[in-house]
Design a protein around this ligand. Structure first.
Ligand SMILES: Cc1cc2nc3c(=O)[nH]c(=O)nc-3n(C[C@H](O)[C@H](O)[C@H](O)COP(=O)(O)O)c2cc1C
Ligand code: SF4
Length: 418
């Protein structure tokens, strides 16, 4: 069921695939990357962004290509989502595929410079990329710089990333202008997730028909998912879009304990009860029908016997602390919501759930970026899916579950400094 397109030829010992081996595996990029035919190929492929919003890549490329002035490509490899590891896998194991994607994107929009952004916490990826750039030497058609930005959840938001790589704080700015209009150095900037870029590197070599050989008609191609929680073999998997979650979990060694619920789409995603989740497929069409979204592909299986509210309260606090501190509803609203979510665990909470729901409505759509919306989706879906547990806690009882720490949060060293 899983496929090896992006993840082809990975070394089991974790060594990055060197340039000569990369060329042997995938062949060289076409000598001439003509802009018009590249744009057409990407459009025909139906590729959508893999950074979370699933925006059609061809539309974004055309928007930047159509701007006047010098353009720049910004590869988004910061992956601030703690439940996701796919971008780190690409950067660490197949850096040349990402760098090829940067070259292809630059050719498609007419850019001569590019920046690959990684998190400062990811020193391994930084070193691998520097080494890969060294291997490519002067053969690169674009000037590529690697920049490490503060390790913050919001740093991967495109306007925050433009700020951060320009030496400013990793905080979103008001839009418009969007980076495609005015980004790094005021220049039209293509911000693209590193998985999206790696997919571009394959489409440029093999064409859109090959890309569409897997996946569904509406959602073609493969995607990386980071599967964790109560599964036998947690990790990053490459699957055709449209693969059922049940099959995916089976391939990952099956559930290690009876599953209770599944978090789909990471900390901006939604909880689904296990039955609904396992009957869904990887992709926005199927998950959207179930009220969820794939986002950046982080999927966590929560087993029976775990305390869901403890997991949810911890992540709610993390998301509140990760606010970039600029918009009132985000700063104060998420903090109050995180406090009320934690109180569900400790005291007889009377109508704490109703209060949380009211506040969630009040923060939704009220931030300068989509951070509060994602947090509201995560917490609101938890109140729905774990309604029994919420009711039990509010009646003063305690669930018999344990906090298994299946949803990690980082203690950010740089949190206060950034
Ligand atoms: C709070 C927040 C955090 C984000 N973090 C990331 C991230 O870590 N990596 C990423 O690629 N996109 C992230 N995004 C999405 C980016 O803004 C942007 O849409 C994406 O990089 C575009 O690439 P794509 O079209 O290839 O998906 C984030 C968005 C928000 C609102
Ligand atoms: S909504 Fe939150 S994270 Fe987004 S810009 Fe405002 S304060 Fe920053």
């Amino acid at each position: 069921m899983s496929v090896a397109r992006l993840l082809r030829g990975l070394h089991a010992d974790g060594r990055p695939v060197p340039l000569d081996e990369h060329l042997h595996l995938h062949g060289p990029l076409p000598g001439r990357l003509a802009r018009a035919s590249l744009l057409d190929a990407v459009e025909e492929s139906g590729l959508c962004g893999r950074g979370g919003a699933a925006f059609p890549t061809a539309l974004k490329l055309r928007a930047v290509a159509g701007r006047r002035g010098r353009k720049v490509v910004l590869a988004n490899g910061v992956e601030g989502e703690p439940a996701s590891g796919k971008d780190k896998v690409l950067l660490r194991h197949v850096p040349h595929l990402v760098l090829d994607g940067v070259e292809v994107a630059a050719a498609a929009v007419g850019a001569d410079e590019a920046v690959v952004a990684v998190s400062r916490a990811a020193s391994g990826e930084l070193a691998v990329l520097q080494q890969a750039l060294g291997e490519r030497g002067r053969s690169s058609r674009v000037e590529i710089e690697v920049v490490a930005v503060p390790d913050r959840f919001v740093a991967g938001e495109e306007t925050a990333l433009v700020n951060a790589v320009s030496g400013g704080p990793p905080r979103p700015t008001a839009t418009p202008p969007r980076p495609f209009e005015r980004g790094i150095g005021g220049r039209p900037t293509l911000v693209q997730n590193v998985e999206t870029l790696a997919q571009l590197a394959l489409i440029a070599r093999r064409g859109p028909a090959w890309f569409r050989e897997v996946g569904t008609r509406r959602e073609p191609g493969s995607a990386l998912v980071t599967l964790s929680g109560a599964v036998g073999l947690p990790g990053v998997y490459e699957v055709p879009l449209g693969t059922s979650l049940r099959e995916l979990v089976e391939e990952a060694g099956g559930a290690t304990q009876p599953p209770r619920a599944v978090l789909v789409g990471g900390y901006f995603g939604s909880w689904l009860d296990a039955g609904t989740a396992f009957d869904s497929a990887v992709g926005e069409a199927s998950l959207g029908a179930a009220g969820a979204m794939l986002g950046a592909g982080a999927i966590v299986v929560l087993p029976e016997g775990s305390c869901a509210l403890a997991e949810v309260a911890r992540v709610s606090r993390f998301l509140a602390d990760e606010s970039a501190g600029q918009c009132g509803p985000c700063v104060h609203g998420l903090d109050a919501i995180a406090g009320a979510t934690a109180s569900l665990l400790q005291v007889e909470g009377f109508d704490a759930d109703l209060r949380i729901r009211r506040w969630l409505e009040q923060v939704h759509g009220r931030g300068g970026c989509r951070h509060p919306d994602g947090a509201a989706r995560f917490i609101g879906s938890a109140l729905d899916v774990f309604a029994d547990e919420v009711a039990l806690h509010m009646r003063g009882g305690r669930c018999s579950g344990r906090d298994l720490w299946l949803l990690p949060v980082q203690q950010r060293r740089e949190r206060r400094a950034a």
